[in-house]
Design a protein around this ligand. Sequence first.
Ligand SMILES: Nc1ncnc2c1ncn2[C@@H]1O[C@H](COP(=O)(O)OP(=O)(O)OP(=O)(O)O)[C@@H](O)[C@H]1O
Length: 333
Amino acid sequence: METGLMADPVRDPVDDFIELDGVEKVFDVRKKTGFLRSERRQVRAVDSLSFTVARGEMVGYIGPNGAGKSTTIKMLTGILTPSAGRVRVAGIDPSRERTRLAQRIGVVFGQRTTLWWDLPLIDSYRLMHRMYRIPDARYRENLDRCVELLDLEALLDVPVRQLSLGQRMRGDIGAALLHDPEVLYLDEPTIGLDVISKAKVRSFLRDLNAERGTTVLLTTHDLTDIEQLCRRVMVIDHGRLMYDGPLTGLHEVGESERTLVVDLERELPPIEVDSARVVKVEGPRQWLAFPAAASAAELVARIAAEFPLVDLSVREPDIEAVISRMYAEKALS
Ligand SMILES: Nc1ncnc2c1ncn2[C@@H]1O[C@H](COP(=O)(O)OP(=O)(O)OP(=O)(O)O)[C@@H](O)[C@H]1O
């Protein structure tokens, strides 16, 4: 790969379940330039994209806004047809056999719902039972499992529009799994969720992958999602694959930093500690930047031993920052 940022693959190349080979997607866009005039422009949303994902892998698919992530997922579901290249999911060409593929994939778009807004959650599930022609016993079994693990019992009779964002997201994930898909595409599944809802969603996905071997492709702006769920991460920017490997490798390549936010008992001068530097102080609260690949536990232990610590949290670098550092590194090498 020309970027030189490909780490050693963490996956077994046997049994590739998702395959993209030289895929491109170009959109024709019309832009109004005057009263009756418009200009045609082409947007290359995905460019020479090739990768494979093995059955049972859980892969993070990240990149800045407009990088081409959703366009890739739409091509993997068959909603969009590639302008060039080859896409296969479970051996199926998604855009030619979208309906057949739909039986084998589940999709969750965090910012949109597939549920019927005015109906109670259970009615959406009943409709999906019929739409996907799920055998009764299998539907029952999957429904019971989702209700239990996603904590949906109390929500089944509530109209979707009355659900909180976190409840709705759990409802959407349940809906995507009623037909036992072999692969699940998740587009920002934890966006806007509180800490507890995020933890519930992540733990459910981890169990699903471990117990059922469901292949998961996860798009997110939250690096903690990736850290807790995926051994492998792919970074896309301007429609091109920039990195493919473990998250730790991405931190090394991008030399990114995490931030430890500490609340002290009282206002104190900036903390002095070897492996971190204070970047902000606001009353008794201090922000310390430290290398993302270093252990937060060690740093916390050192600070706790010397300073009157009341509370703390660790903030992951945002993806845009990691990627811009990655480019800076590349320019220097
Ligand atoms: N239907 C469309 N018509 C024209 N341009 C499009 C269309 N869909 C996407 N694009 C453009 O293609 C590029 C990639 O968009 P895409 O939605 O795939 O990015 P993304 O990585 O999912 O971004 P985000 O994180 O903001 O969701 C952007 O420049 C976008 O404006």
